[in-house]
Structures are given as structure tokens and as C-alpha cells.
Ligand binder design. Structure first.
Ligand code: NAD
Length: 475
């Protein structure tokens, strides 16, 4: 494919994928697994792994360990899980048939949706493109990936990998930005899997509506962390600093802001300061000189973080830790803010950077109303040892997912559906749920000796009597 695209290029790419989708829809679990294994083999090859590490260094300044855990490791584990389960997922699923339909049998046929478009963001630019691809392949689809223009080094790696491994008529990459995405969105995809911001999610859903393409929208938003007084602040601080500053806070399920009882706030702040130092500046040379601590993806996003900080400070927030940045290297120090208010932009939009606002509260009802005043979060964290209090927060909030007494680990459990709710997302992924997003669960009923003919017209008193019996008693 060319590196610049015309609408004709995209149309012909789409037509090729439709043709291939028809050919591969009956592919066996073994054939699909072979494709998945080729991806794993490719990224395990030390030469390719090195190239990926270099790309991640350019895009996000990420440490090898972080890339191994949150990019490569995630994909390897997803493929392992799919391999263990795919045969079972693909099998027809027998279901019972209601008594009123006696004589018929029913099952669910798992057929591929067809041709899928996968649009990925820049924050975990490799795995957020490749994990959906693994589920698309597992379900028997063709796929076109549109990686993010901001993580261009990783996007180039993805293109090379897909070109090396697959027939472009089956799996392909279209690099580019808004213009290319809009051309892709003009095609009648059978499924669009989008990971990104709620604002762009709305554009994707509007475009999908033109063809009634189904969508998975993995979005973001403000994910709160509720802390109560039953838990040790030292243990919360340790995990919170890890969860917040991983990948410079550029994680969709990073805790966005912390809610802490007024009485515990000084203790939490002291423990957070200790942890920022010990985890992110262990040699005392500043986090900017720590190889483990990366940088912000682009000048645009760096500027956005600076603006969030400046706006908060101008409106009266107190700087507890950090607040330094370097425009050239896109460094932004691990920052903690106290005395934030709803008038500040930092409490209105997803931060997606290394700034942690602390919000103090006096009672649980206050927590409930702060969270309810914002769109439904992708993740909500509860740090508490008190079961009654945990129950209260679960019952009085909603979120795509919740972790109690840790952060982000729900992402790693393929038995749990992963995704948001309304503003934070539509549809779920991971494990079977990932396979399901790319699958049409087709209902099949087979009639053998059913008595439905007794209900055909012309209607009589007898038909009416039978209709009453069937309607009232048998279901
Ligand atoms: P984004 O919405 O700006 O971009 C995502 C993709 O959409 C990119 O490929 C981009 O090229 C494309 N795009 C951007 N503007 C477009 C337009 N006008 N028309 C068509 N396509 C367009 O998101 P981002 O900045 O790359 O990523 C950050 C956001 O993604 C955050 O909100 C974060 O929470 C969210 N996110 C969610 C998950 C999840 O699993 N739920 C994971 C990672 C990131």
C-alpha cells in the first residue's frame, strides 16, 4: 500500500478485505492460532524486540521493563489465553428451547463479523493495536489497523511487522491521522474497534451509524480513587504512586484524582511524597535523570499538561510535589496538587499526565456526589479495609471496572470483561468478551415436530384457547 492514500486506495483495500473475509470465515481454530503464533514468534525474536524497544524509547521514553510488562507480555498472554480457549469459543453453543416451542432445538452459531477496522491510540501504542487484532483474528475476521500518528516510531514497527507476516488483503495497516481515518470510516466495516478519547469516540460512532457498523468504543475519562480511613496510608501511597505515574500517567485506567478523608490527608500527602522519591527519584538526581521515568508523547500533550497545572495554580491549588517540566525533552515531573476545586480544568477533564490532585472529604455522601457530578468513569478504585464502606461505594457509584485495594490489575484478568460505561466506553473486551466483539452470535432454531401450525389462521375458538394456554403458562 502507498504511504499516502486516496479514497480510491482505501476503497480498493476495503473491497479486497471483503473478498478475503468471505474466504476465511470458515477457517479452523488451528489456522487462526497459527496466525496468532506468528505474531508472538515475531515479537519474541530478539532483533524485532530490540527494534520495538527503540521505537518505544523514541515515542514515550519507556524503560525496557515497562515495555516487556505492559506491551509485549500483554500480547503473549492474550495469545496464550486464546490458544487455550478458542476451540471451545468457536463451537456452536446449544441452548434450551422454551416449552411453548416444544419440538424445536436451538443453538448459537459463532460466525465472524467479516471485515474489521481497528483504530488505536498512542499511549500503549503496540498492544492497543495488536490485542484487538488478536481477537479479530481469533474470531475469523480480516482487519485494517490505523495506529496513532503521535506514536509514529511504533506505528512504523507495526506496519513492518504486519507486512512481514500477513497478506495485505487480509491484515493491513494504514498509517495516518484524521484525514486517513475519515477515509477509512467512509467504508461499511462490519465492526469498528476504537480505542481513544470520548470526543473522538463520538466522531467514530457517528461515522459507524452511516453504515450501521457495530462498534466497540474503549474510551477514557476521570477514574477516581476513593480512600477511607480504615486503610494504612503508607500502603495506599505505595500503590497509588505506581498506578498514577506509570507511563507518565498516560494510562486510560490510571487513577485520575484521589479522594481522602480530611483527617487522613496530611498522612497521605507525607506518604505520597516519600513514595515519589523512593520510586521515581531513588538516586536523588531528579526524575528527569531517572531512566525508569519516561516523557510525555508530544509537544501538544505536554502543553496541555502545563496548561492544566498553570490553570490549577492560578485558581488557588497548592503545589505539594513536582511542578517542573521541560518543553524540549517533554519531561513533566511527578506532581501532586492539594486544594483543587471544580472550577479548575484539572477537575473537569481527564488528566492523562503525571499530575495527581488530592480532594479531601468529610463524609461518604460527599464522595458519592463528587463522582456522580462527572461522567461515568472507566475505572474506579476503592482503598478500604471496611466491608460496609466498600459496599457503600460500590452501590452508590458506577464504573466500567473497579479494583479494591490495588490499581489497574483488573486489566490483566481475561476472565473479567474490560471496558467502560457510556462516556467511558461501549462494549467490552478481553478473553471471551474480546472474541465476542468480533463475532456475530447467530441464533439458529431447527424445527422438528413443533405444533406452531395449530396457531396458523383461520383462527377459531380452539386456536384462541391454545394461544391463551401458550401465552400464560408455557415459556
Ligand atoms: P484520540 O481519541 O485523540 O485518538 C485515537 C485515534 O483516533 C488515533 O488513531 C487518531 O488518529 C484518531 N483520531 C483522532 N482524531 C480523529 C478524528 N477527528 N477523526 C477520526 N479519527 C481521529 O486518543 P489518544 O489521544 O490517542 O488517546 C488518549 C485517549 O484514549 C484517552 O482518553 C484515554 O483514556 C483513551 N484510552 C482508552 C483506553 C481503553 O482501553 N479504554 C486505552 C488507551 C487510551
Amino acid at each position: 500500500m502507498p504511504t499516502t492514500y486516496s479514497i480510491q486506495d482505501i476503497q480498493s483495500l476495503f473491497a479486497d478485505h471483503v473478498t478475503t473475509a468471505e474466504k476465511i470465515k470458515k477457517s479452523s481454530a488451528k489456522e487462526r492460532i497459527k496466525k496468532l503464533e506468528s505474531i508472538v514468534e515475531y515479537i519474541k525474536n530478539p532483533k524485532n524486540e530490540n527494534r520495538l524497544m527503540e521505537a518505544m524509547q523514541v515515542d514515550l521514553g519507556r524503560h525496557t521493563v515497562e515495555v516487556l510488562i505492559s506491551e509485549i507480555g500483554v500480547i503473549i498472554n492474550v495469545v496464550k489465553y486464546i490458544k487455550r480457549n478458542l476451540k471451545g469459543w468457536m463451537q456452536d453453543e446449544r441452548v434450551s428451547t422454551s416449552l411453548s416451542l416444544l419440538g424445536a432445538s436451538s443453538y448459537i452459531l459463532k460466525e465472524p463479523k467479516g471485515s474489521a477496522l481497528i483504530i488505536a491510540p498512542w499511549n500503549y501504542p503496540f498492544q492497543l493495536a495488536i490485542v484487538p487484532l488478536c481477537y479479530a483474528i481469533a474470531a475469523g475476521n480480516t482487519a485494517v489497523i490505523k495506529p496513532s500518528e503521535y506514536s509514529s516510531a511504533t506505528s512504523a514497527f507495526i506496519t513492518q511487522m504486519i507486512n512481514d507476516l500477513f497478506d495485505p488483503k487480509e491484515i493491513n495497516v494504514v498509517e495516518g491521522a484524521v484525514e486517513e481515518t475519515q477515509m477509512l470510516l467512509k467504508q461499511p466495516w462490519n465492526h469498528i474497534y476504537f480505542t481513544g478519547s470520548p470526543a473522538v469516540g463520538k466522531i467514530i460512532m457517528t461515522a459507524a451509524a452511516q453504515h450501521l457498523s457495530s462498534v466497540t468504543l474503549e474510551l477514557g475519562g476521570k477514574s477516581p480513587c476513593i480512600i477511607d480511613s480504615s486503610i494504612k496510608m503508607s500502603s495506599v501511597a505505595k500503590k497509588l504512586v505506581w498506578g498514577k505515574y506509570l507511563n507518565n500517567g498516560q494510562t486510560c485506567i490510571a487513577p485520575d484524582y484521589a479522594l481522602v478523608p480530611n483527617s487522613e490527608k496530611p498522612k497521605l500527602i507525607a506518604e505520597l511524597q516519600k513514595q515519589v522519591k523512593s520510586q521515581l527519584d531513588p538516586n536523588g538526581n531528579g526524575a528527569q535523570n531517572n531512566d525508569d521515568y519516561g516523557h510525555i508523547i508530544s509537544d501538544r500533550h505536554h502543553k496541555r499538561c502545563v496548561e492544566l497545572l498553570t490553570d490549577a495554580l492560578d485558581k488557588g491549588a497548592t503545589l505539594i510535589t513536582g511542578g517542573d517540566y521541560n518543553t524540549e525533552s517533554r519531561y513533566f515531573s511527578p506532581t501532586i496538587l492539594d486544594n483543587v476545586t471544580d472550577e479548575m480544568k484539572i477537575m473537569q477533564e481527564e488528566i492523562f499526565g503525571p499530575i495527581l490532585p488530592i480532594v479531601a472529604y468529610d463524609n461518604k455522601e460527599e464522595v458519592k456526589s463528587i463522582i456522580a457530578s462527572k461522567p461515568k468513569p472507566l475505572a474506579l478504585y476503592i482503598q478500604s479495609k471496611n466491608q460496609k464502606s466498600i459496599n457503600y461505594f460500590l452501590e452508590n457509584t458506577t464504573a466500567g471496572g473497579t479494583v479494591i485495594n490495588d490499581f489497574m490489575i483488573h486489566y490483566a484478568n481475561p476472565h473479567l470483561p474490560f471496558g467502560g460505561v457510556n462516556n467511558s466506553g461501549i462494549g467490552k473486551s478481553h478473553g471471551y468478551y474480546g472474541f465476542q466483539e468480533f463475532t456475530n452470535e447467530r441464533s439458529v432454531m431447527r424445527q422438528r415436530f413443533g405444533a406452531t401450525a395449530l396457531l396458523h389462521p383461520p383462527f377459531s375458538k380452539r386456536t384462541e384457547k391454545l394461544a391463551r394456554i401458550l401465552g400464560n403458562w408455557l415459556s
